[in-house]
Unconditional design. Structure first.
Length: 607
């Protein structure tokens, strides 16, 4: 029976130990025992026919996934190949013969030669013999680009011969007799320091099942980082000369030669292609070199959000002094372009009130978000306020001060507004009647709401009527104000009771509204789902029972993160996925700085 593998032992090493324990004279007999055929070859990095291997040999609590992802080099390569290729690789290892593995992982298309030297660490051998009575081939030591033991920071010693120089079906048992420790490699201190870091990152890849979403996943992350470094334009065009220069300054030529990733002083080949759109994969060594240049450690690269944000993270403030949401963060999108002269990023921000402004970046601190370089469009709300103030017998200077512009702008905009009012318009009568009916219905169903609150219910219709039927709109709103003043007193006790019942129903059905991802339970979100949202937002002091209930159901940031963890676990179970804690956090959208002990305990309990 096949022995249980040691921690991080390669399948090749496991087969070699079985070959010795079985007493088989020929390796063919061992292959026949393991797979039922004699046509399999011995390989140090990948193994095929694992399904047949498991059916013929009873391994305690080990699955095909355990063998593939814990005892072969698979995770080192699958981190950098898209999911469709990963599935082909897994299928080949389960049931195939191994003929297309190198093609699937991109080795055949790479200029990096796939040397097949077995390697070992002098200190690991002693530790293995003390603990197990024998040593074995460690998985991380056999990876390409790994020349130092990540556990002991000690140079690896390799066999004098490559595997292909030996018999194809021969299994070499790990032992000190095979290795010449008197000829251990020597590296410069700078190269050795990097090789040690590289080995630790390779080990991290083996321990974390990284998923590459598509061919351009890494390219997009690299471009975002290069934008921050001003090596790529806003549109993603890379200055290849600067990029190559940065790479050459970061790495020693001796190191690049050792890792078979040299580039010329002018920069060409793989270093250019890795930041271009492509339908090919690149060798893990080269991806790791690029990532370590940017973030030193791979986990920092995968955990961080690399989106290019020269204007910070939204939402951004409306800077219209005439708007009720002035300086409030309600703008959710920014359009980024490049200044043709300074090459600096230009952000354009558009508010629902019609006010549109831009400013140059990048922002130096958060206060820059309240700065504007140019107003592109003042919008109807600003212009309405302009007309109102100009009729209040205020000086031009005071009007300008209240609207956040200079006197010259006030004069020019008053002239434009005057021309707009006299400009002839052709209005679609069907649309006119439709919008009048919509607005009348809004007023009819919300008699207690102010004009500002009504406008927020359907700003689009209000703006259309303001631009095309202003006189009718003014008459309707004036009539509404008069009626509101003469109305009898509202029964707030009954309204509070009705509102409480409605809110409870909203909370009961909350999950039905969450289609793709969980939605945080907040007062504003609850109000948005209510029939009369203004009551919750503006009249909360008159609805004590409703407000008291809302306080008991709204979520803190921490509670919402824990609920997202529950959701991510449920989705993974539903899809039959097995993912690491790191991928679970990513699926739940929780950044590293928000990971608390409670979140970690929750993950452990759920998984």
């Amino acid at each position: 029976m096949l022995p249980n593998p040691y921690p991080e032992e390669t399948l090749y090493s496991l087969f070699a130990r079985y070959n010795m324990y079985s007493g088989n004279i020929k390796s063919n007999h061992t292959i026949k025992d393991l797979f039922g055929v004699t046509t399999r070859r011995s390989t140090a990095d990948f193994s095929t026919g694992i399904e047949k291997l498991l059916s013929r040999n009873q391994l305690t609590e080990l699955t095909a996934e355990d063998l593939i992802y814990n005892h072969t080099a698979t995770p080192f390569y699958t981190a950098f190949i898209p999911r469709d290729r990963v599935e082909k690789l897994e299928e080949n290892m389960l049931r195939g013969t191994g003929n297309s593995i190198n093609t699937a992982i991109g080795i055949n298309a790479s200029s990096i030669i796939n040397y097949r030297y077995l390697k070992h660490c002098r200190i690991c051998i002693k530790e293995d013999q003390n603990q197990y009575g024998e040593t074995y081939w460690h998985r991380v030591h056999q990876l390409p680009g790994v020349f130092v033991c990540p556990k002991h920071n000690y140079p690896l010693t390799k066999l004098n011969k490559q595997l292909y120089e030996l018999k194809q079906k021969e299994f070499l048992l790990a032992s000190t007799e095979l290795l010449d420790f008197s000829n251990e490699p020597l590296y410069s201190s700078e190269v050795f320091e990097f090789l040690t870091s590289f080995a630790k990152e390779a080990q991290w890849l083996l321990e974390n099942k990284i998923i590459m979403l598509d061919y351009n996943f890494y390219r997009e992350q690299y471009i975002s980082i290069l934008k921050e470094k001003k090596i790529a334009s806003i549109n993603g065009r890379v200055n290849q000369k600067k990029w190559s220069s940065l790479f050459l300054k970061s790495y020693d030529k001796e190191l690049l030669k050792l890792l078979e990733s040299e580039i010329s002083d002018q920069g060409n080949g793989w270093i250019n292609a890795i930041v271009q759109k492509h339908r090919k994969v690149f060798h893990p060594i080269r991806h790791i070199l690029v990532i370590m240049l940017f973030t030193k450690q791979l986990k920092d690269f995968y955990y961080a959000d690399h989106r290019y944000s020269p204007f910070g993270n939204g939402p951004w403030p409306c800077l219209n002094p005439a708007h009720s949401c002035y300086r409030k963060r309600i703008i959710r999108k920014v359009k980024i372009t490049t200044c043709s002269t300074t090459k600096r990023p230009i952000g354009t921000f558009s508010c629902s009130c019609g006010f549109k402004y831009s400013r140059s970046g990048p922002d130096k601190d958060e206060s820059d978000q309240f700065r504007r370089s140019r107003v592109i469009n003042f919008g109807p709300v600003w212009k309405e306020k302009l007309v109102f103030l100009s009729n209040q017998e205020l000086s031009i200077r005071k009007v300008a001060l209240k609207l956040g512009v200079d006197s010259k702008t006030v004069k020019s905009q008053l002239l434009l507004v005057s021309n707009e009012n006299f400009k002839g318009k052709t209005i679609n009568p069907i649309k006119l009647n439709e919008n009048r009916e919509i607005w009348n219905n809004i007023i009819r169903h919300n008699p207690e709401m102010s004009v500002t609150e009504l406008r927020e219910l359907n700003n689009t219709v209000y703006m259309w009527l303001y631009r095309n039927d202003k006189q009718w709109l003014s008459e309707v709103l004036n009539k509404k104000v008069r009626e509101f003043v003469s109305n009898d007193k509202v029964d707030w006790q009954k309204r509070d009771k009705d509102s409480l019942n409605e809110i409870k129903e909203i909370i009961t059905n909350w999950k039905k509204c969450e289609k793709d991802r969980p939605i945080k339970i907040t007062k504003t979100r609850i109000a948005s789902k209510a029939l009369r949202p203004y009551l919750i937002i503006s009249k909360g002091d008159k609805l004590p029972n409703s407000m008291k209930y809302i306080e008991t159901v709204i979520e803190t940031d921490e509670q919402f993160r824990l609920r997202r963890i529950d959701w991510a676990v449920a989705r993974s179970i539903e899809k039959g996925e097995t993912i690491s804690n790191w991928m679970l956090l990513r699926k739940a959208g929780i950044r590293s700085e928000f990971i608390t002990e409670e979140i970690i305990n929750s993950i452990e309990n759920l998984t």
